[in-house]
Design a protein. Sequence first.
Length: 276
Amino acid sequence: MHATEKRRRRWDPGNVAIGVAAASALGFLYGPIITLMMFSFNDNPITKLPLTSWTLKWYYKALTNPDLLAALWNSVIVATAAVIICLVIGIPTAFALDRFDFRGKTIFRRLVILPITLPGIITGVSILAFFSMVGVKLSLWTVIVGHGTALTAIVVTNVFARLQRFDRRIEEASADIGARPWQTFIFITLPNIRSAVIGSSLIAFTVSFDEIPVTYFLTGRDNTLPMYIWSVVRRGITPEINAIGTIIVAFSIVLIFVSVLMIYDGQQDSGSRRRN
């Protein structure tokens, strides 16, 4: 009787409708990505159905393309340097917002978060106008500055949220036994916010690696990977683009998963310490 009741609930019209809606949403969100992955293994160089036979040759061609590899390396450089800028600016900013009260603090916090909420076109055009005004030539360095400006808020918000849950009694205990402020920060505070720092860094790296609007306005002669892909697909989608797109999707999923996991673990550790 109990099993029959469960079966009836499973096939209840409301549950069925929810299941169909969920499946439709997932299909809408991930259908294009699955299609991209399927065609990256298709032996036919023309992106159309039906699929013929499976092959890895497009991955080999993509990973041996010198222009694509140069663009990939540029993207790694830009994303890494942008993350460094985000950390150098974001961590002290988060500490200032958490530890100090000053006039205009609320407005300052809103202004810090503003760049990431603005459309990338607005950020790109405004920074381009500034560089033109001061006479700076466009290069990978201008792209790095643009990405750092747009993405610092990711580090600020995550580190600030972690500091809000941080038990300051640990820092007070460190000071009581004679530790200097810098020692307390390095050996006590930083390890406790490490998960938020690493998690936000990975998110910033992923967003920078895939970014197009800001890059479009600030890049010089050197292409990043998204710009290279965009220039190629204007002439038509090639199997190599499907292959490198699949690699980027897999890489991004791994980074986002690790970053979310680290931030979640940091929240769990903070909650357990508070209960103890």
